[in-house]
Design a protein around this ligand. Structure first.
Ligand code: ARG
Length: 403
């Protein structure tokens, strides 16, 4: 096998990915380790992380500002797809992985690296998402995954790093495994591994508790154009601003927490806590607007497409042929998804209280009304029902005769 000379490592600044740097150099004999850290709106000081990579032995340390792309090319399509894995999880972590992978591959190409690396373990979904995306975009690249191979406990990894000048973490590590970006937070492990154990309040950072949420409700309107959110109330907002604002509004009212048992790609059931207030709010509003702007057959069929879309994204197939085809279907449904949805935020709830589409509403008051303005032809129902129920009637007659 050809020896790897230069590798691009997905870097987070944590102990594990820091230890990957000397590990790649010493155990794999790779001379240059370029690190890449993505700004996905996680709110960390990336300059500090960049320095840390260099101190840990990286030959080059790159920061990528991906926030806009993350929202426009990943979160917004997920909103159009009303994407919820297992009908619950809005994929806040899953959506970030193909974007990071895409950047790793691009940097590898530009810097003539022959491999990419990440610090995922062998038990999670993230390794699957990274590897599949890298294979799809840079099939020539070797993928190196130290944490899948090194068999070190966390303590051993810290000791290994100390030999190479990587300081042991000063603060005691949180007992949880947490992933954060603009779309949400995922919290796993520690006492949460007992599925009957209630999540402690201090694990949450984007949503307030029901107790702390304001006593008074707040009504907001979310405005959509072609299935994309474009404003809140009367304010037109850029994509990243919409997510930020939705996060703050919903989070303050304690909406957007999820506690679930999740089926991972590798066959394990795991207990996951998420908070994703903005994305969940926007999906809810978008789905509601579709109820008046889309035809019932389209709504019904889109539901099966949405389920598959969310599964594919969860399972690592962002850059795959079926995902591409489903995107084309979803795209074809969204031109008419224009209008606004009114939502009441109150004590952990986001309750839809109204929807309006000025130009694309299929809701017809003259047909729906029970008032004197009704234009529906009531008599026509008789003939319709005669045929609609024909097969059922034949079946019922035969069965009552045979009793
Ligand atoms: N189970 C979630 C998912 O598959 C969260 C993964 C969190 N990742 C992490 N590296 N902590 O999307």
């Amino acid at each position: 096998m050809q020896k790897v000379k230069k590798v691009v490592l997905a870097y987070s600044g944590g102990v594990d990915t820091s230890v990957c740097i000397p590990y790649l150099k010493n155990e794999y004999g790779i001379s240059e380790v370029v690190t890449f850290v993505a700004d996905l709106g996680q709110g960390e000081d990336l300059e500090v992380i960049k320095e840390k990579a260099l101190k840990s032995g990286a030959s080059e340390s790159i920061i990528g500002n991906l926030v806009d792309t993350f929202v426009e090319r990943y979160a917004f399509p997920a909103i159009r797809a009303n994407a919820l894995y297992s009908e619950k999880y809005p994929l806040s972590t899953a959506l970030a992985r193909p974007l990071i992978a895409e950047n790793l591959v691009n940097i590898a190409r530009e810097s003539n690296a022959d491999a990419v690396a990440h610090g995922c373990t062998g038990k999670g979904n993230d390794q699957v998402r990274f590897d599949l995306a890298i294979n799809a975009l840079g099939p020539h690249l070797k993928i190196i995954t130290p944490a899948r191979e090194w068999n070190m406990s966390r303590e051993e990894a810290i000791l290994y790093g100390e030999q190479f000048g990587i300081p042991a973490p000063v603060s005691k590590k949180s007992p949880y495994s947490i992933d954060v970006n603009l779309l949400g937070r995922s919290i796993e492990a520690g006492l949460l591994e007992d599925p009957m154990q209630e999540p402690p309040e201090d694990i949450f950072a984007m949503t307030s508790s029901i107790d702390d949420a304001p006593n008074s409700p707040q009504d907001i309107e979310i405005v959509f154009k072609n299935g994309f959110p474009i404003g809140i109330g009367n304010e037109l907002l850029k994509p990243v601003e919409i997510i930020n604002k939705a996060n703050h509004l919903a989070g303050a009212h304690g909406f957007g927490r999820i506690d679930m048992i999740e089926d991972r790609v590798v066959g394990i059931k795991s207990r996951e806590i998420y908070e994703s207030p903005g994305l969940l709010l926007l999906i809810k509003a978008h789905q509601e607007l579709e109820t008046i702007t889309l035809n019932p057959e389209v709504i019904d069929f889109k539901g099966t497409i949405e389920k598959k879309w969310a599964q594919l994204v969860y399972q690592g197939f962002w850059f795959g042929p079926l995902k591409q085809s489903l995107d084309a279907f979803i795209e074809s449904t969204q031109n008419s998804v224009n209008g606004r949805v009114k939502i009441r935020l109150h004590k952990g709830n986001a309750i839809v209280i109204g929807r309006l589409s000025e130009n694309n509403s299929l809701y017809r008051e003259d047909l729906a009304t029970y008032s004197k303005d009704d234009i529906f032809k009531h008599k026509q129902a008789e003939g319709f029902i005669y045929m609609w129920g024909m097969s059922n009637k034949i079946w019922a007659e035969l069965n009552s005769k045979n009793k």
